[in-house]
Design a protein. Structure first.
Length: 146
């Protein structure tokens, strides 16, 4: 049972459990030292928003959003990079609460819109984003070069 849900900005000491969340999200195991160096750099970037969800004071979710000024929007746009909620805490509005807090911070920072890309296989995630009023408007094409 969840007595309380808290959303707060991530801090450096959160790296180990966020590492676990992202490895689970991507179904792989990343090099921790490399992950940690990227985490630190991104955490220090004022254009990034990293949020942690706590249920009963235990970490159960994570959201990262990077924002940048885009010419084709003539403004600052945020892009959700990762959104993860632990399996045993899904369908308890934690993802929705993370998004709600992101929107509050985004408005405060002058971010005009939020975008997200989701793997084609993540059908539950697609339904979640549509339910949260994200519009399915683009295709994303990728190419690995290294």
């Amino acid at each position: 049972m969840i007595d309380s849900i808290e959303i707060r900005e991530a801090k450096l000491s959160d790296c180990p459990f966020i590492y676990g969340f992202v490895c689970s999200l991507e179904n792989t195991e990343f090099d921790f030292a490399l992950f940690q160096s990227i985490f630190i750099e991104n955490l220090e970037n004022r254009h990034n928003i990293y949020l942690v969800a706590l249920a009963n004071k235990e970490p159960v979710g994570f959201l990262s959003c990077h924002s940048q000024l885009l010419l084709h929007h003539s403004g600052r746009i945020g892009e959700i990079q990762e959104l993860y909620v632990d399996n045993s805490f899904r369908n308890k509005r934690i993802g929705q609460t993370l998004l709600y807090q992101l929107e509050i911070i985004a408005i405060q920072r002058g971010i005009a819109g939020i975008e997200v890309t989701s793997n084609k296989n993540r059908l539950q995630a697609h339904r979640f984003y549509k339910r949260e009023r994200f519009n399915d408007t683009h295709f994303k094409f990728t190419k690995n070069i290294l």
